[in-house]
Design a binder for this molecule. Sequence first.
Ligand SMILES: [Zn+2]
Length: 353
Amino acid sequence: MKKYFCLFLSAIVLTMSIVLFPENSMTVEAANKTVNIVIDPGHGGTGDKNLGAQYNGLSEKELTLQVANALKAELEKYDNVNVYMTRTTDTLVSLEDRAKYAKSVNADFVYSIHFNASAGHDFYGSEVWTSAFGNGYQMGYNFGQIVGAEWNALGLYQKGTKSKVGNSGKDYYGIIRHCVARQIPCVILEHAYLDHGYDVPKVKSDGFLAKLGAADATAIAKYFKLKSSVTGADYSNYSYTSVKKPSGTMYQDETEPETCEIKVLSTDPASGNILVEMTAKDNQSPVIYFSYSYDGGNNFCYLQMWDRSKTTQSFNVKVPSGTTNPTIVCRCYNNYEKGTQSNAVPVTSTFNY
Ligand SMILES: [Zn+2]
């Protein structure tokens, strides 16, 4: 589908407002014992299926190793932490061998470092995948909230923390499944998309990979309440809001948002602006993007950030000068990338400005 550029950009919205369960407070024990952290740089080796995402001159298997190295260097500044890597060179390591290695070093947590891409090249932002089950879900979700705040501070849009179950009834993603089988919590950290214009300039900017590694290290230090006699950082009193341990399986959302309705509030032919009010709701997962069309749904703009603290919000659709009788149609997407199209609203007006 052809896209045109949207003139409207909403504010970046933090994922913190999304809590799946009633809040309760959890305290992780201060780090008086040594914590064993395993960093897993995703992909590696040769052959197409081992490279990871390859876009815009960026190679996922190389980026993951660079972030992992920066993460390790930063995390090792903290006291009482051992940091291990599942690979330190461009080599092929199977997902199960990565989990076996984590077990062999008695890992307290495995962080699998990745970058993202989508088939339609339309999504952007960061996301965290965690186990769909029990403690693994709870620990991964809690960590996801902490690291999401760090990434948000770097200007990345936060899609949130999710889980996905495969046909076997176990976790869909191999590294999580193999770690969970060994009673090791594991999250996949999808830092940014390599195939979208919102994220790529950030990923390519000077020092950004090191900043991502440092952000991950800070999140890990906060989660495990570490302190550093090197830098003076002290997270021993850090606290966060925990989700409850789920009693059942946390399945992925397979359905589109239930509600996507629009109305036109006003039109201004002199400026080209059409003020649209949109209501978007999904009972299972948050609505995080929206887009609009002024040609009846033939062409949609790039995905915009939806303020997920609201179910109804308004925005200006700017139509080009010379447009006559546009028809507005919108879409909303949840954080599993399922989209719903709105009703169409014809506007009887000629826009000349
Ligand atoms: Zn990957």
